[in-house]
Design a protein around this ligand. Sequence first.
Ligand code: PMP
Length: 274
Amino acid sequence: EIGFYKDQFVDINENVVPIQERGHQFGDGVYEVIRVYNGKPFLLNEHLDRLVKSAEAIYLELPYPPERIYEIISEGLEKSGLTEAEIYMQITRGIAPRAHLFPTTPSVMSMTIKNARVVDKKKRIDGVTVTLMEDERWKNCYIKSLNLLPNVIAKQKAATNGHEEAIFIRDGFITEGSSSNIFIVKNGTLITTPATNFILHGITRAAVIKLASKCNIPFEERKFDREFLNEADEAFITSTSAEILPISKIDDISLSPNRPITNLLYNEYCGLYK
Ligand code: PMP
C-alpha cells in the first residue's frame, strides 16, 4: 500500500494534510476510484476523462497534465507492489487560509493505492438487499465531488437496517445508489436511469451498456419509479468496486433468483479484464 500527497509518495499512514487544505475544510475537490486487475488500471482513460470533466465543472485546474497523472499512477503501482488494487485519487483546490473565494495557490492531488476490496462470493451469488430512500443530494450529481455527506448518511442508514445499499428516489423516480448505479431487466429489456445531472455517469454503467449492445440485449435509458423497480424481472447495481451485483430484495419485496441477463453481463464484464 502506498500514498501520494502533493508531488510526493508517502507512507499511507503518514499525516500529511495541512489543516488549511480546502479538501479538508470545504470538501472543495473531486475524486476517482479506479480498479486495478492483474497490474493494469481498468478503464483508466474513461476515469481520467471523467476526472477532467468533474474538475472543469467546479472550475478547478488540474495540478498536472493527464500524461503526468498516468506516470504517477504507474509509478505508484510499481512502488505498491500490488496487482489487484484500488486506486483512490482526489484533486482539491489546494492549501490556503480559510475563505470561500477560490485561492490562487495551486491545486493538490492525493492518492492511495491499496488492496482491492473484493465482494463476497456469497453476495455475488445470493444478491444483496437494498432500501429506498429520498435523494437529498444537490442537482449536480454528475460531478464526482468530495462532498459525500448525503451518500455517507444514506449508506449508513441502509447498513444499520441490514441492507447493502441505499437506492435514491428523486421526485418519485429512481436515480441511483449511494455509491452505485442501478439497472433493471423487464421482459428481456435492460433499463437504466438516463445520464442526466441527477446521477453520476458511472464508468461501469457505460461498460455494461456497451456489453448489452454487444450481446444484442435490448436496452433503454429511461426514468422508472418504485413500483416499476419492485416488479422487475432482474435488478443489479454497478460500480467500480462492486462490478455488477445482483439485487435480491428491495425493502420487503423479493426479486426472482433467476437472473439470466445479469449473469450474462457479469460474465462478459469479467471477460473485459481477464
Ligand atoms: N453513483 C455514485 C453516487 C457513486 O458514488 C458511484 C461510485 N463511485 C457510482 C455511481 C458508480 O460509478 P463507477 O461505475 O464509475 O464506479
